[in-house]
Design a protein around this ligand. Structure first.
Ligand code: NAI
Ligand code: MG
Length: 338
């Protein structure tokens, strides 16, 4: 029997890149029993809610989802479905690999995996403004909350990831010199957890601002980086920039009860429906999903075909300097798998 997974095609370019990704999985002989569900604007139009109960229930059962990008309309009061899914399934580890594949990125030998805490820190939304006479927003406050358990589980996730993927080093990125409470706890727990991996995975730590600079000057010494929510948000875009940008960057969100795989990019309304979007990021995310589902061989083969197609450069989508359609690119990757 084929393993089950939830499929959300998504908004904008979502349906196009999803169709392309599914065609490549098919060419690789991957058989998944997809439970197709709606979310985002597509769900809003069909069911009146951006995150239908049926979608949540499906992920609860399959525990794994491949998700196209979802549009969050500005100023309509519907909250980000991506954030809602993270909360619903307590997806505490956001994993974003960045690897040099093409000329055009700033560096040729980058291979970094960023593990970002996804549920705590400054992004919990515990915010307020305080009025003073004649000044309605005289003071603003955002509170960061970090728990020992939250730090432990994400740092352990990073080390387990390093072991499973034969990575050599985990760098704990923090600001414990200034934020002695929240960042101090993260660093303290990070060092504690790292001792469990002594002799197997090296550890070092670095202050966030120095980390940001060193990444730009020379990213090659970095391997796995683990950090808190906001620092991870910023650094993950920085490392995507180091290797050439959005069209190739996959991401995965892991919790104890579910994992959701997606591209880092959004629904790209400017090119939606034109058949020119690059499906690579979603395909790399699908490879991460196959590894998670215990299909590492299929993941390796697809990744190889995808990287070879990109490097060879004869068939590339517009965003990476070619003129191939989404479909033609997917066909070229599929041919290499044949
Ligand atoms: P975006 O990532 O959709 O687009 C930024 C630029 O990159 C655009 O010029 C777009 O054409 C290009 N681009 C993105 N993906 C591409 C691909 N696969 N191939 C070729 N070019 C690509 O970011 P934007 O415009 O800020 O957001 C659009 C919508 O997506 C918003 O509603 C936003 O909320 C949503 N979004 C959803 C995400 C998700 O579901 N995980 C993540 C980020 C944004
Ligand atoms: Mg971000």
């Amino acid at each position: 029997m084929s393993p089950r997974a939830t499929l959300i095609r998504g908004d904008g370019i979502g349906p196009e890149i999803t169709a392309a990704a599914l065609a490549v999985l098919d060419a690789a002989g991957v058989r998944i029993d997809w439970d197709e569900q709606l979310a985002g604007v597509a769900a809003m139009e069909e069911t009146g809610t951006p995150l239908p109960d049926a979608t949540v229930e499906s992920i609860r059962q399959t525990q794994v989802a491949l998700k196209g990008p979802l549009t969050t309309p500005v100023g309509t009061g519907f909250r980000s479905v991506n954030v809602a899914l993270r909360k619903e399934f307590d997806l505490y580890a956001n994993v974003r690999p960045a690897k040099s594949l093409l000329p055009g990125g700033r560096y040729d030998h980058v291979d970094i995996v960023l593990v970002r805490e996804n549920t705590e820190g400054l992004y919990i939304g515990f915010e307020t403004t305080i009025p003073m006479p004649g000044e309605p927003k005289a003071v603003a406050a955002s509170v960061a909350i970090v728990t020992r358990r939250g730090c432990q589980r994400v740092v352990r996730y990073a080390f387990e990831y390093a072991v499973a993927h034969r990575r050599k080093k985990v760098t704990i990125c923090h600001k414990a010199n200034i934020l002695k409470a929240v960042s101090g706890l993260f660093l303290e727990v990070g060092r504690e957890v790292s001792r469990e991996y002594a002799g197997r995975v090296a550890v070092d730590d670095i202050i966030i601002d120095a980390c940001a600079m060193k990444l730009v000057l020379d990213p090659t010494p970095f391997d796995v980086i683990v950090t808190t929510n906001m620092f991870g948000d910023i650094l993950s875009d920085e490392i995507a920039g180091l290797v050439g940008g959005l069209g190739l960057a996959p991401g995965a969100n892991f919790g104890e009860r579910a994992a959701i795989f997606e591209a880092v990019h959004g629904s790209a309304p400017d090119i939606a429906g034109k058949g020119v979007a690059n499906p690579s990021a979603l395909l790399f995310a699908a490879c991460m999903m196959l590894e998670h589902m215990g299909e590492p061989d299929a993941a390796r083969r697809i990744r190889q075909a995808l990287e070879d197609t990109l490097r060879e450069g004869e068939v590339r989508t517009r965003d990476v300097g070619g003129n191939a359609s989404t479909q033609a690119f997917a066909d070229a990757v599929s041919r290499r798998l044949g």
